[in-house]
Design a protein. Structure first.
Length: 422
């Protein structure tokens, strides 16, 4: 039977009472219940897990982190919480790691972090661990960005809340205000910006630089341009970072004053990695009124804040639905989600965007010019323009090869015949 012991005084009580014999004891130097409750609303990171494991020891007294048996920790979104994957040495003190020790680590993590739904303890040899580290993404500086650009990262806690739709409509409204505007689809695995903007033309290059499609006065760059139709991107961290760096550095941007970054959803390692690439970007958090979506959005906001990103506000998408015939307003997803997130994170609620219904199939992508919701996006763009956002600094205009390493897919080069929009 397992007994969770939160301090050495309780260990003494168990020993004195003689109740320790049938217990497999885990010693937790933990926080109070109130602290753990606060932790549930925070984005869990690998550093949090490693910090907790610093106080963990097995029943035989092995301090696994101090002994160097923990190889790496990864945290991923999972159902209503997180999944924690921990690689450990397959040999502890000259013996194969015991199932009993793996179970105690699992129980320790779940007890310490109530939002963790699943823990995987994966034994791995030192040789395999060393090989994995050789291909792991090295610490690197953020990609070079166009000088004088104000960057807006659009983030969400989960997919399906309309993050990309908000991104493209915000970009168009910024362009309509007269600003040179670009959008970078950073969702490498779930890219959708070109489809939403109905871009079908292939990407071209000029002098080893990408020429981005120019749609609705917006420069557009996405991973979609470099893979086949609906082909999944099955890359790990190193290639993901390389792709984003190449798209940013090797694109012939039109000196954008604003760049909207459509980031991957969630609070896992992929989302955190992409955040790291753009330290100066201000973040807008997109959610729906749904209570569950709002809870996940709050975690995404906490993650951005823990990475020292500036959160400038919340946008509630699919906030309500207006009947086109009678004007009656109803709330299919409920009410109050964005207000809850804004109050918890102490940031403003920037806009409430309704469902947009036009014709039999609705609207997917840019809101029609004559639709009332267009005004909401224009007001959102105006609010952002009035904020004191930090632009990027100068960069040198030197570029390497503009060729992505995508098996079986190459980017056509039209030489010097391609012209650049003004």
């Amino acid at each position: 039977m397992l007994a969770v012991v939160r301090n050495w005084a309780m260990v003494g009580l168990l020993v004195a009472s003689g109740k320790h014999r049938n217990f497999f004891t885990i010693v937790i130097f933990g926080e109070s219940p109130a602290q753990r409750k606060r932790q549930m609303t925070m984005a869990l990171t690998s550093k949090d897990v490693l910090s907790a494991l610093a106080s963990f020891r097995t029943s035989s007294g092995i301090e696994v982190l101090k002994a160097g048996y923990i190889q790496d920790v990864a945290v991923e979104p999972h159902a209503a919480g997180f999944q924690v994957n921990i690689h450990v040495d397959d040999v502890w003190r000259g013996e194969a790691v015991k199932d009993e020790d793996r179970q105690t680590i699992t129980f320790f993590i779940k007890t310490h972090f109530p939002d963790v739904q699943n823990v995987r303890i994966i034994p791995r040899s030192r040789e395999k661990a060393d090989a994995a580290r050789k291909i792991a993404r090295p610490s690197q500086s953020p990609p070079r960005t166009p000088p004088g650009t104000k960057m807006i990262a659009v983030i969400s806690g989960k997919g399906g809340v309309g993050k990309s739709t908000v991104s493209i409509n915000l970009a168009r409204s910024l362009a309509d205000l007269g600003f040179r505007t670009a959008i970078l689809d950073c969702d490498i695995y779930g890219f959708s910006v070109p489809d939403l903007l109905q871009i079908e033309e292939p990407i071209k290059t000029r002098e080893r630089q990408f020429i981005p499609p120019h749609v609705n006065n917006i420069d557009v760059m996405s991973m979609k341009f470099f893979v086949g139709h609906n082909t999944p991107v099955m890359w790990r961290g190193p290639m993901l970072g390389k792709a984003i760096r190449q798209m940013m550095e090797e694109t012939l941007w039109n000196q954008p004053e604003y760049m909207v970054l459509d980031l991957p959803p969630g609070t896992g390692d992929i989302a955190m990695d992409v955040h790291d690439y753009f330290p100066k970007a201000a973040a807008i958090l997109v959610t729906t009124p749904d209570a569950n979506a709002a809870k996940v959005a709050e975690r995404a906001g906490q993650m951005a804040r823990s990475l020292e990103r500036r959160l400038i506000g919340v946008v509630e998408n699919m906030a309500y639905l207006n009947c086109p015939e009678c004007g009656y307003r109803w709330y299919p997803l409920g009410q109050g989600g964005a207000e809850t997130v804004a109050k918890s994170l102490q940031i403003p609620l920037l806009a409430k965007i309704p469902w947009v219904i036009s014709g039999e199939s609705g609207v997917r992508g840019l809101v029609p010019t004559d639709h009332p919701t267009r005004n909401i996006y224009d007001q959102l763009a105006q609010k952002i323009n009035e904020m004191d956002l930090v632009p990027t600094g100068d960069i040198t205009n030197s570029f390497a090869s503009a060729q992505f390493v995508v098996p079986g897919k190459q980017v056509p080069n039209d030489g010097n015949d391609a012209t650049r929009h003004g």
